[in-house]
Write a protein that binds this ligand. Structure first.
Ligand code: NAD
Length: 243
């Protein structure tokens, strides 16, 4: 089978919802054993863990990877925030930093000694907001820019160990992340705003979690062995065709 992940063990952060859930299912379909780290969830391979808490992350990952080899880390968990510079309070900035940046660092750090042993893969969830300006996303864009540059750093520093590191940059993907944003910011106008947001992708719609998951499967598979230190937009033309 092409893109087989048989005998691979994976960790997916934020795997209980949206893109992370789709990635966890897709990896499982390809034969991987998938462990989910999230604040909420259920099942044998769900681990309740706040990725912003370094000690909790280390304990959780040591427990998973101490048993048998670990091959894949998907740093997917993240939170959104709408606001320009003046609309971003210090507490907002700190919260975004703690989860979207420090959370990625915590998980990569705790996994690295195991990934070095297996010649494993890290895949980070960035965003189009890491590469182009998106209105009112001051703090969020900052965090995704950091995810992108952490991807490059890790890829470079761990080349000698055979560890690959890439990122995916989605434009809008229809998940609870988007539904929550619409409910909070446009109560009563959700449908109208959903249409409007769909059209910000030149292709005319939002992405589907499964479309992101299929790209993730490829990037984690041995078929992608030549790919490291690269960001992959999956964006319906958002970055290049919005002129
Ligand atoms: N949906 C989009 O349009 C879109 C676009 C670009 C990038 N992204 C990125 O993709 C990733 C997933 O987004 P989604 O739309 O599936 O979001 P989602 O809100 O549906 O799911 C995110 C998951 O992360 C978990 N999570 C949040 N904080 C956590 C923490 N501190 N510790 C552990 N788990 C935590 C949540 O419980 C949830 O299950 C995020 O990093 C997001 O920034 C999403």
């Amino acid at each position: 089978m092409r893109y087989s992940l048989r005998n691979k063990r994976a960790i997916v952060t934020g795997g209980s919802s949206g893109i992370g859930r789709a990635i966890a299912s897709a990896l499982e379909e390809q034969g991987a054993e998938v462990h989910i780290l999230d604040l909420k969830g259920e099942g044998d391979t769900f681990h309740k863990c706040d990725i912003s808490d370094q000690q909790a992350v280390r304990d959780c990952i040591d427990q998973i990877a101490g048993e048998r080899p670990l091959h894949i880390l998907i740093n997917n968990a993240g939170i959104g925030f709408v606001g320009n510079l003046e609309g971003t309070a210090e507490a907002d900035l700190d919260r975004l930093y703690a989860i979207n940046i420090k959370g990625v660092y915590n998980c990569a750090l705790a996994c690295m000694k195991y990934l070095k042993m297996s010649g494993g893969v890290i895949l980070n969830m960035a965003s189009v907001a890491a590469s182009v300006a998106v209105a009112d996303r001051f703090a969020y864009s900052m965090t995704k820019g950091a995810v992108l540059t952490m991807t490059y750093s890790i890829a470079k520093d761990y080349l000698p160990y055979g560890v690959r590191c890439n990122s995916i940059s989605p434009a809008r993907v229809h998940t609870p992340f988007v539904d929550d944003y619409l409910a909070k910011n446009y109560p009563g106008r959700e449908k109208e705003m959903f249409e409007q947001l769909s059209k910000t992708q030149p292709i005319g719609r939002m992405g589907k979690p499964r479309e992101v998951a299929d790209l993730a499967v490829y990037l984690c598979s041995d078929e992608a062995a030549f790919i490291t230190g690269t960001d992959f937009p999956i964006d319906g033309g958002f970055i290049k065709l919005n002129g």
